[in-house]
Design a protein around this ligand. Structure first.
Ligand code: ASP
Length: 343
């Protein structure tokens, strides 16, 4: 049928695209162009599906910024011809990848849904079929001739989340992801229920897709722990060419008040390194100045990551550094929600 929504399925690798060789028990990648034969149920969905696959599918532990660009380019090149995109990656780094893609596209008007699975598609008890079928269904759901989802989502085990709010929390259970600081955008039960008031709405009059692929990777995540030494912090903050630090602090953004620590932070800021304070807690927010242990961080000008996840903070850092903004603008944009990533 001519006016069925057109969905592009992008396969990059990961468990979802594997089958078990029951003779050897080993997992091997299968030819993804055969997906419609492997899951005949897909033919019953009210959309037409095309597939594109990485020539050499990767385990998502090998994900990097070149692959981010490759995924985003596939979407950008096909943006006009398709109504929605479903991207299959391994779940291990899916929150990082999908967050990065959310920043790389401004004024997105179509759904980009990331999914994967804990068990291969060819496994008898697989979670891949449900994840894949419902992701495609979400990507082709329309209302008033427009897609309902106009942002980057992550669908796993009956829930659609805003991708840049997610974290992988479980390597065992099918419910592998959570989004502690933002409720699910949709839930799949007997019906597919969209929480419409939570969805990202494109800005008025901004229709043109802007694609930015200039990511900077001179960044680091520095996680505090009791007993961290001056030497460790000093070495990290003095890495050659370092441009950005995601500082994972305690609770609501607290860090040691020892002199050496504050001095090293100040020196790094003076060198033009951007430092963002995010919390190690899975849920909740940084509140700079709530405790004495964050007052000084606030006064030296550290960026407040608020309730952003670490995965998204590092993706946003790579993206905003690529924009080459002056320090005050960088801070402003980091502390402002660009794609619904902070409250
Ligand atoms: N190691 C796999 C990956 O992330 C696991 C998965 O696919 O979920 O690529």
């Amino acid at each position: 049928m001519a006016n069925k929504p057109k969905i592009l399925l992008v396969y990059t690798g990961g468990t979802i695209g594997m089958v078990k060789d029951y003779q050897t028990q080993a997992l091997r990648a299968f030819d993804f162009s055969q997906i419609l034969d492997k899951i005949p149920e897909l033919k019953h969905l009210n959309c037409s599906i095309s597939t594109v696959s990485f020539e050499e599918p990767i385990d998502s532990s090998n994900m990097n910024t070149n692959y981010y660009v490759k995924i985003a380019e596939i979407i950008a090149e096909n943006y006009k011809d398709f109504d929605g995109f479903v991207v299959l990656t391994g779940s291990d780094t899916m929150s990082y990848t999908s967050s990065a893609i959310s920043f790389m596209f401004e004024n997105l008007q179509k759904p980009v849904i990331f999914t994967g699975s804990q068990l291969p598609i060819g496994d008898l008890r697989t979670d891949a079929k449900e994840n894949l079928i419902t992701s495609i269904e979400i990507a082709c759901t329309r209302e008033n001739n427009e897609p309902i989802i106009k942002e980057v989502g992550l669908y796993f085990e009956y829930k659609l989340y805003r991708a840049n709010r997610t974290t992988k929390i479980n390597a065992e259970q099918f419910e592998a992801f959570t989004s502690m600081n933002y409720p699910p955008l949709a839930e799949s039960g007997v019906h597919l229920q969209f929480n419409k008031q939570l969805l990202l709405k494109p800005r008025e009059g901004k229709n043109e897709l802007i694609f930015r692929k200039n990511l900077v990777h001179d960044v680091v995540i520095l996680k505090l722990f009791p007993g961290i030494t001056k030497k460790v912090v000093e070495v990290i903050l003095n890495i050659d060419n370092l441009k950005g630090v995601i500082l994972e602090t305690y609770g609501s953004g607290n860090a040691p008040t020892e002199r050496w620590f504050i001095t090293l932070i100040k020196e790094a800021l003076a060198k033009g390194i951007q430092i963002v304070n995010v919390t190690q807690c899975a849920g909740g927010s940084v509140i700079l100045g709530l405790y004495e242990t964050s007052t000084e961080l606030k006064s030296v000008g550290i960026i407040n990551g608020k309730d952003i996840t670490t995965e998204t903070a590092i993706a946003k850092m790579m993206y905003l550094l690529g924009e080459k903004l002056p320090t005050d603008k960088f801070k402003y944009y980091f502390e402002t929600s660009l794609r619904g990533e902070i409250s």
